[in-house]
Write a protein that binds this ligand. Structure first.
Ligand code: NAG
Ligand code: NAG
Ligand code: NAG
Ligand code: NAG
Length: 631
């Protein structure tokens, strides 16, 4: 409107123009309301138009509306000229195509920046057909970085009056500003006065992007120790909304103790005297408060929640209490447990230690041990089970009953409780020398022989040894008390045939036993074979059974008779001329056997039997007793 006209003319022209326009308006422009694009991407804003009737060239101009609401042209184009306005925000990063006859032009903006989020106007000037314009808003988006969550590490107390901080979430560099929503387990948390408070801090970075930080404050309850918390970040993207979630965190809740658990942790089961007892205490609060232990009204040192009682006694039985003081509420909580210590006293035997009884007498002994539990008593003699029950009855006492009786008292229900006692029973009576198999003893002269004599009886017999050889003093090599008497061993030097007498006596009487020892003299002159003499010294002394010698004599007599019969038969045959008498046969009979031991034995037997060796006597002392001989 370069011309200045008066008002009425202007109004008239305007009306004319409007009606003309309405009748002849041939330019139409069509644009999208908004174009959405990620930061840094390329945006394309399309301007569609139709110019009816006139096929004249059109003029296209693009404008932007600055942040300060100023309309500023950024592009001009007609058939001849297409120019981007200089020194503008978009001078270097826009291009327009689709000029000419086309009915569409596209404004392309490369490398979209945040400040490019503006309104763009496309003006189409059809000259005679008039002009028209359309507008498009350019929207820019930036997705925030992956959000972070940081929980509060210290414990959070349920006894706080105001919500306590739980954690903090952060979403960085988003555009437009992202939203943060907190969740407890599956449910979103909303600001609730006194209960939930979410404090959000939004920072606009120098880049123009937003960083959102959100702190959650909550009035926690005990159950929250099992809850998990996380944030959900929602942000806009071209064409919609996106969400991402943070990791889940859990928190430590502090809540007061209202009760204590006290128990004997070890030993499991019953406790006996001497055990080391471990008592544990646990509070139902968090954290575990400091504990104090009292045992039978006495305060004891303890380590954290464990009380150790060493070497408990029956007097240790009783109450054990555990007390805690809550540091927040200053309230005291007490828990307790009962300790019972089982015991088994020393076994008490009646009669105790030693009991002397006459032969034929009866004894009833008892063995008892006091215990807090049922006991079982067993008696042993020489390590073997003898009787059961706490009484031991010995009827009609004989020497065999003398000895040591051990009673063992056990508590079947509690392993390790055991006591024992022993009782020595002596059976009074005159000495009785215990006999073994009857033996006759022979030994090579100048060798030593051990003779042993076991005499039963009580009072313990006194053993005296005597020898028929007055010159020899019998030396006792061992003397020991046995269950029922005494065992004495003497060493005898065999010089010649000799007898040794073991005499056992006590106030009730005497018993004696006679040993007969035959000395085997090593013959060097009269022996028919040298083999015999060399072998004899290594030959052990012979033990000849008393009954056995008679049998041997009988056998030898039978042999002689058989030889006599054989001799007469041979003589008869010889007379008849049936057998030739060869030299070889005679040699066989006289040749000594290679088995020298056999020869020696035969020789000895022969000597004993025939009495050829003057130093030897036949075993004829039938009335003597013979005993085991120790060599
Ligand atoms: C963010 O929260 C506001 C207010 O509740 C809401 O209007 C907006 O749409 C939200 N934005 C996103 C990206 O969810
Ligand atoms: C969180 O939960 C895990 C697994 O359930 C557990 O190991 C951890 O101790 C908890 N942390 C806290 C602070 O409660
Ligand atoms: C055994 O000793 C007792 C007492 O010393 C004595 O009276 C007795 O005569 C002795 N007996 C023999 C066989 O020596
Ligand atoms: C006799 O007994 C003693 C002691 O028991 C022993 O040292 C010795 O060797 C024995 N002597 C003989 C000849 O058996």
């Amino acid at each position: 409107m370069a011309l200045r006209m008066n008002a009425s003319t202007f109004v008239g022209l305007s009306l004319l123009s409007l009606t003309w326009k309405a009748a002849w308006a041939k330019v139409e422009v069509n644009m999208e309301d908004r174009v959405e694009v990620f930061l840094g991407d390329t945006a394309q804003i399309t301007c569609m138009f139709t110019v009816s009737d006139s096929h004249d060239d059109v003029i296209i101009q693009w404008y932007m509306i600055t942040k300060t609401n100023v309309r500023s042209r950024i592009y001009y184009g007609d058939r001849n000229v297409q120019v981007v306005d200089r020194d503008g925000q978009f001078t270097d990063k826009i291009s327009v195509n689709g000029m000419g006859k086309s009915s569409e032009v596209v404004l392309t903006i490369r490398d979209v920046a945040l400040e490019d989020e503006l309104e763009f106007i496309c003006q189409v000037n059809g000259l005679s057909a008039g002009n028209m314009e359309g507008r498009t808003m350019l929207k820019v988006f930036a997705s925030p970085d992956r959000p972070n969550i940081e929980g509060v590490h210290s414990g959070i107390s349920v006894s706080k009056n105001n919500p306590s901080k739980i954690g903090s979430c952060e979403a960085k560099n988003g555009y437009p500003r992202p939203n943060i929503t907190w969740y407890r387990d599956q449910s979103p948390l909303q600001n609730t006065p006194g209960e939930v408070s979410v404090v959000t801090l939004v920072t606009k970075e120098s880049s123009g992007l937003y960083t959102v930080q959100s702190d959650l404050h909550l009035n926690v309850v005990k159950e929250d120790e099992d809850s998990f918390f996380y944030c959900e970040v929602s942000y806009l993207v071209p064409g919609g909304t996106k969400m991402t979630e943070t990791n889940k965190i859990n928190i430590t809740i502090h809540y007061p103790t209202t009760s204590l658990d006290v128990w004997v942790e070890s030993p499991k089961g019953r406790v006996k005297e001497g055990d080391t007892v471990e008592v544990h205490c646990r509070a139902n609060g968090n954290p575990q408060p400091p504990f104090t232990f009292m045992h039978n009204m006495q305060e004891l040192e303890s380590e954290l929640n464990v009380l150790v009682l060493k070497d408990v006694m029956r007097l240790s039985s009783g109450d054990i209490t555990c007390t805690s003081l809550d540091l927040d509420t200053h309230e005291e909580t007490v828990g307790h447990t009962e300790l019972f210590v089982d015991y088994l006293d020393q076994a008490v035997l009646i009669p105790k230690d030693t009991h002397v009884m006459a032969q034929g007498e009866e004894l009833m002994a008892t063995c008892n041990a006091l215990s807090s539990l049922p006991t079982h008593t067993e008696w042993f003699k020489k390590g073997e089970h003898f009787a059961e029950g706490h009484t031991l009855t010995l009827k009609d006492a004989v020497f065999d009953m003398a000895g040591t009786y051990v009673c063992v008292v056990k508590v079947p229900s509690l392993e390790g409780l055991e006591t024992s006692g022993s009782l020595h029973v002596h059976v009074q009576g005159p000495p009785e020398i215990k006999e073994s198999a009857d033996t006759v003893l022979e030994e090579v002269t100048d060798k030593f022989l051990n003779l042993s004599c076991h005499a039963r009886g009580y009072p313990t017999p006194v053993i005296t040894w005597s020898s028929s050889d007055e010159s020899q003093i019998l030396k006792e090599v061992s003397h020991r008390q046995t269950e029922d008497g005494v065992l004495s061993v003497v060493s005898v030097k065999v010089t010649s045939d000799v007898t040794a007498n073991c005499n056992a006596s006590n106030v009730h009487g005497t018993d004696s036993f006679l040993f007969s020892i035959k000395a085997i003299v090593q013959t060097t002159s009269s022996a028919p074979s040298t083999t015999v003499t060399t072998v004899t010294p290594v030959t052990p002394p012979k033990r000849v059974k008393k009954e056995g010698s008679g049998v041997i004599i009988a056998v030898i007599i039978i042999c002689i008779l058989l030889l006599a019969i054989l001799g007469s038969v041979l003589y008869f045959l010889y007379k008849k001329g049936k057998i030739p008498c060869g030299r070889s046969g005679k040699q066989d009979l006289t040749k000594p056997s290679k088995d020298s031991t056999m020869v020696e034995i035969n020789n000895t037997e022969e000597a004993v039997l025939l009495g050829v060796n003057g130093d030897k006597k036949p075993p004829s002392d039938q009335g003597d007793k013979y005993m085991d001989v120790q060599k």
